[in-house]
Design a protein around this ligand. Structure first.
Ligand code: NAD
Length: 420
C-alpha cells in the first residue's frame, strides 16, 4: 500500500514501505538528468530491499512545464502536495524573467519554511579537481535559508522608499553617513530564533553522524549585531542545550582568562578525548582561505544565508563542480524537505542527453539517508564512485580527464546501475 510519510509526536519521521514522493522534473536539462536519476533510485531500492520497499513517484508541476499547462509558474497545488507528502525532490527550475516571482526556489523555501540549506561536499576518487588534495575536503554546510541580506528586502536608488529609509536613518536614528538619492538600500535581518534553530540542526547532525566539530562561519568582527550575534547565539545554544556533548571555543577563552593557556588546552583535549564536539568560529573571509589551506580542520559548518551561498560554490568547485553538488532544504521541526540539484537549468544543453546527473543522483542519496533508507543510499554511492573511478564520465568531467570514456547522461546511469 502506498502511503504518506509523516512525523510522530516525538518528531520521528515515519516512512511507510511504499512512500509517495512528489518530484518536480525541472526545466532545461531537468528531464534528461531526472530520467537518468530515477532509474538509479528505483534500482537501488529494488536491490537493497528485494521488493519489500518501493518509492511511488508523484509528479508535481513547477517552472516552464507548469506555466505551459496552467499559466502559473508555481501552482498552489504543487505547494499543497509538497506540504502534504512532507518529502520531495526537484530538478533545476528556470527563474522567470519579470512577472513578480523573484525565484521559484526561494518561493518554495519560503512557503514550507525550509530553514536549513544542507550541502555536503565530499570528493569522489577520480573526479577532476583544481586542488592537490581534494580528498581532504569532507564538509557539510548548514546554510541559514530564510533570513539575512539575502531575504531580498531592498529598495532601488532614487526610489521614494530608499529616500524614506535614508531620511529615517538620518533624522530619527542620527546615523552618520554620506546619504544620497543615488544610493540603493538593502536590509540585513538576523534573528535569535532563526540563528539558533539553524545552529541546533548543525549540532544535532554532528552528534548523529559522529562528526568532530561544528564551525560557525560569520563576519561578526564587522557586522556585530547580525553576524556577531549569530556567533554568540550559536555558542549560547551549544553551552545551554548541549553542554554534555560539546565544548566551545567560548569556554576555552574563559578558562584561558581565568587559568591560562595550558589549562584551557588541557580542558579542550579532555573534552575531545570523551568525544565532545568542538564548537568553534571562523571569520568568513578567513574561512575561504582555510578551505584551501587546512580543509581537514573543518567538518560541519553553520553559517548565514549569503556566506553560505559563496562557501558552498567554492567548496563545490574543489570537489568537482556543480555537476556533482547535491543539496537539501529542510525544516527539521515539521519534517518538510525538498532535495535538489544545486546547479541551474543549463538551457543550452536541454535534451542533449549529455549533462552530468550526479548532482540530482546525490541529492537522492541525501533523501534516502533522511528517510533512513541507508542501504539504498549506500548502493547508489557505491555505483557512482565505481563508475567515476573507472573514468566513465559525462562531458564536464571528460574534458578535464585523460584516458576517460565519454558517455551520455543515460549511459552514465546505466553504468551506475551495473556497478551497484
Ligand atoms: P547553470 O547552473 O544552469 O549553468 C551554468 C553552466 O554550468 C552550464 O552552462 C554548464 O556548462 C554547467 N552545468 C550546469 N549543470 C551541469 C550539469 N548537470 N552537468 C554538467 N555541467 C553543468 O547556471 P545559469 O546558466 O546561471 O542558470 C540557468 C538558469 O537556471 C537560470 O534561469 C537560473 O535562474 C536557473 N537556476 C536554477 C537553480 C535551481 O533551480 N536550483 C539554480 C541556479 C540557477
Amino acid at each position: 500500500m502506498d502511503a504518506k510519510i509523516s512525523k510522530d509526536p516525538n518528531g520521528q519521521l515515519i516512512v511507510p514501505n511504499q512512500p509517495v514522493i512528489p518530484f518536480i522534473i525541472g526545466d532545461g536539462i531537468g528531464p534528461d538528468i531526472w530520467h537518468a536519476a530515477v532509474r538509479v533510485f528505483d534500482k537501488a531500492v529494488a536491490e537493497s530491499y528485494g521488493g519489500s520497499r518501493k518509492v511511488v513517484w508523484k509528479e508535481v508541476l513547477a517552472g516552464e512545464k507548469a506555466f505551459q499547462a496552467t499559466g502559473e509558474w508555481l501552482p498552489q497545488s504543487t505547494l499543497d502536495t509538497l506540504r502534504e507528502y512532507l518529502v520531495g525532490i526537484k530538478g533545476p527550475l528556470t527563474t522567470p524573467v519579470g512577472g513578480g516571482i523573484r525565484s521559484l526556489n526561494v518561493a518554495l523555501r519560503k512557503d514550507l519554511d525550509l530553514y536549513v540549506c544542507q550541502r555536503p561536499t565530499k570528493w569522489y576518487e577520480g573526479v577532476p579537481s583544481p586542488v592537490k588534495h581534494p580528498e581532504y575536503v569532507d564538509m557539510v554546510i548548514f546554510r541559514e535559508n530564510t533570513e539575512d541580506i539575502y531575504a531580498g528586502i531592498e529598495f532601488a536608488a532614487g526610489s521614494a522608499d530608499a529616500d524614506k529609509i535614508q531620511a529615517f536613518l538620518q533624522d530619527t536614528l542620527h546615523v552618520d553617513y554620506n546619504y544620497s538619492n543615488t544610493t540603493g538600500v538593502g536590509i540585513k535581518m538576523v534573528s535569535e530564533e532563526g540563528s539558533k534553530r539553524l545552529i541546533r540542526a548543525a549540532i544535532d547532525f554532528a552528534i548523529e553522524q559522529g562528526r568532530k566539530s561544528v564551525a560557525i562561519v560569520h563576519k561578526g568582527n564587522i557586522m556585530k549585531y547580525t553576524e556577531g550575534a549569530f556567533k554568540n547565539w550559536g555558542y549560547e545554544v551549544a553551552e545551554s542545550e548541549y553542554a554534555d556533548k560539546t565544548y566551545t571555543w567560548g569556554q576555552w577563552e574563559r578558562t584561558k582568562e581565568a587559568k591560562g593557556d595550558q589549562a584551557a588546552n588541557d580542558e579542550q583535549k579532555a573534552a575531545e578525548a570523551v568525544g565532545k564536539i568542538i564548537i568553534k568560529d571562523v571569520i568568513a573571509d578567513n574561512f575561504l582561505q582555510q578551505i584551501l589551506l587546512n580543509p581537514r580542520d573543518y567538518s560541519v559548518v553553520a553559517t548565514l544565508n549569503l556566506n553560505g551561498d559563496y562557501i558552498s560554490d567554492a567548496l563545490a568547485a574543489i570537489v568537482g563542480g556543480i555537476g556533482i553538488a547535491p543539496g537539501a532544504n529542510i525544516n527539521y521541526k515539521t519534517g518538510h524537505a525538498v532535495f535538489e540539484a544545486t546547479h541551474g537549468t543549463a538551457p543550452r544543453f536541454a535534451n542533449t542527453d549529455s549533462m552530468n546527473p550526479s548532482s540530482v543522483i546525490l541529492s537522492g542519496v541525501m533523501m534516502f539517508e533522511y528517510l533512513g533508507w541507508h542501504e539504498a543510499a549506500e548502493a547508489i554511492v557505491k555505483g557512482l564512485s565505481q563508475t567515476i573511478k573507472d573514468k566513465t564520465v559525462t562531458i564536464d568531467f571528460y574534458n578535464l580527464m585523460t584516458d576517460a570514456t565519454l558517455v551520455k547522461t543515460s549511459e552514465f546511469a546505466d553504468k551506475i546501475i551495473e556497478k551497484m
